[in-house]
Unconditional design. Sequence first.
Length: 275
Amino acid sequence: MENKVTTNHLEKMKQKGQKITALTAYDYPLAALVDSVGVDLVLVGDSLGMTFMGDDNTLKVTIEDVAYHTRAVRKGIKRALLVADMPFMSYHVSEEKALENAAKLIREGAEAVKLEGRDGITELIKSMLAGGIPVMGHIGLTPQSIHKLGGFKIQGREEESAKKLEDDALALENCGIFALVLECVPVDVAQKITEKLSIPTIGIGAGQYCDGQIMVTDDLLGLQNNFKPKFVKQYAQLSSTISEAVAEYASEVKEGIFPDNSHSYGPSPRHLKAM
Ligand code: KIV
């Protein structure tokens, strides 16, 4: 495809000052819709544990779960770069296991994988790259470390933790990652990191100075009313649209309004003959 997005393409977008758009997808229809409007990067995020599976965090998501959703999403994507998340503990047990797990996602059609954090994974990132697997980084609020972080909260507010984020960002860039997600960090910290890196930063709850933005698609569509942190902007309220449609269907079935003749097949020829 002529303007297929590649990892190099994203770096060029940063150089030209063009903002990168990114969204999550877990299934074929939504992936196809997101891709058709020209979103640059689609992530099969382990956020699917919360949005798709209804869990309180992402820790139960397995490599098989992400591989399954990647297979579906792949079929809907023509232009965007498709990135799949390496879930909790799929890249910490051993390098061999981590490479095998990353390969599973690539075989399902992902073009890159995303890993959270920096500590203990820099050599692994280099091995993935040596094996031909592009890696996207993710620092700040890293949901797989939720118990270590003590909850879903903003990171890098103090000087020391902001400095650690900056060091991590530079170290990850030096390892060869092609882009870096900054999740829930103060706007000035994200801006400084963005200015220091030559690879693009993709923000979520990290303000307007990042090179691109990512959101969980379910959040921007307003699919769940019970989750609306400060950084989420709802561009639709699909939960009410869906509830209204389902309630109308249920009431029409109960009242005998649906199905009517216009939604039914006419009598069969055998039946007509008998009449
Ligand atoms: O899993 C996910 O959806 C993510 C994004 C929030 C960046 O990691």
